[in-house]
Write a protein that binds this ligand. Structure first.
Ligand SMILES: Cc1ncc(COP(=O)(O)O)c(C=O)c1O
Length: 389
């Protein structure tokens, strides 16, 4: 791969902006197919759940190799639904990461449980199994009922270690697989997001719970419809978190292409690595000194390259430099969850999770999507080279 990549040109050589994401490039070749799928929902006038959602649930579960897929209205709701279906609620504790999207923690609070955080592995940015083990061995360990690893940026969390923890310590594994279509669905129950920027994306909000357990699947289906097994007979207090027919129809079309898109993302990631090496910018991680630390792909682990995230010490200045050249970039996430105002109630302070705090200062996500062009990637790397020179 590396040999076939041209050395980077000078910054902005193409003179073209590089968008962080351009969903129109995905839409254009699929336009006819998507319009037909949406048209059928309109013809049938069945807007909530219905056959397109059921078909998507079956096909998506089959593609992931799990018994059940339960479509719902967002990834956030999928996380809540997964916890609620697994019986996690008041009086129970769930351990997760401070370096994720807000929903990874807010879903625990919404389920009525207590959230305890453990730091990340600085090489992968994922929840560290040894940090979780330290919590399980500590004073709060006995109250822990579940661990909620996040497959951040599309890289599967250390599942060998987490399954061992699950078995040895008797804790449930609830996965936040929002960013990891294909890489997730390994634990007791998992939650996916189809937010429009995700690898597999809806035309609005949508999500899905997956599980191999018939019992958990049945509970999730009941809870997503106000706790009803029989119409207007409510067995539990659930919520309205159903997937709508348009999203089911659109996702059903896109599911046929996702393997190809994820493979294209792998090619894009390899090309970035080759370009950064060719430009002599790469440093050995996990921490950067003056250059760039590339994302670390764990050998044998599944990475679907939802994001391509580098680490660099003068991150904010670099981002400004890129945006002056109309090159997209993003920070996922600038403030770790334990330092968010809304989560002060967790009782942590600055300094509680040094790896997450350092990552929040150094990470920068670069444009990655199946349709990004080679010359656009060259423009990105050239600009970074110019900034660092
Ligand atoms: C890690 C993570 N968890 C949960 C979510 C929530 O998903 P949604 O935006 O579909 O509610 C997201 C989406 O942004 C996410 O990235």
């Amino acid at each position: 791969m590396q040999d076939s990549v041209n050395p980077p040109r000078t910054a902005g050589a193409t003179g073209q902006p590089v968008p962080m994401l351009d969903l129109k490039r995905q839409y254009q070749p699929l336009q006819q197919e998507l319009l037909e799928a949406v048209g059928q929902v309109l013809q049938k006038q069945q807007f909530i759940l219905g056959e397109p959602v059921a078909a998507f649930e079956r096909e998506a579960a089959g593609q992931l190799g799990v018994a059940h897929g339960i479509g719902c209205s967002s990834g956030t709701d999928a996380l809540w639904l997964a916890l609620a279906a697994a019986g996690i609620g008041s009086g129970e504790t769930v351990v997760t990461t401070p370096f994720s999207f807000f929903a990874s923690v807010s879903c625990i609070l919404r389920a009525g449980a207590k959230a305890v955080l453990a730091d990340i592995d600085p090489a992968t940015f994922n929840l560290s199994p040894s940090a979780v083990e330290a919590v399980l061995d500590g004073p709060e360990g006995k109250a822990v009922h579940a661990v909620l690893p996040v497959h951040l940026y599309g890289q599967c969390a250390d599942w060998t270690a987490f399954s061992r923890l699950g078995q040895e310590r008797g804790v449930k594994l609830v996965e936040d697989a929002a960013q990891a279509w294909e890489a997730g669905a390994l634990g007791d129950i998992a939650a996916f997001s189809f937010y429009p920027t995700k690898n597999l994306s809806a035309a609005g909000d949508a999500g899905m719970v997956t599980t191999n357990s018939d019992e958990l699947a049945e509970r999730a289906r009941m809870l997503r419809q106000h706790g009803m097994r029989r119409r207007y007979y409510h067995d539990e207090v659930g919520w309205n978190t159903r997937m709508d027919g348009f999203q089911g129809a659109i996702l059903g079309v896109k599911l046929k292409y996702i393997d190809g898109w994820n493979n294209a993302r792998r090619t894009v990631a390899k090309r970035y690595a080759a370009l950064f090496h060719a430009a002599g910018l790469v440093e050995v991680g996990p921490y950067p000194a003056r250059g760039v630390v590339l994302p670390h792909e764990v050998p044998g682990s599944h990475h679907v390259w939802h994001q391509y995230v580098i680490r660099t010490p003068r991150r904010d200045q670099l981002r400004e430099f890129l945006s002056e050249r109309k090159i997209g970039s993003e920070i996922y996430y600038p403030v770790p969850l334990h330092m968010q105002d809304a989560l002060k109630c967790l009782g942590y302070a600055e300094g509680s999770f040094p790896e997450s705090e350092r990552a929040a200062r150094e990470v920068l996500a670069l444009p990655i999507y199946p349709e990004i062009r080679e010359d656009e990637q060259e423009t990105v790397v050239s600009a970074i080279a110019e900034f660092l020179s």
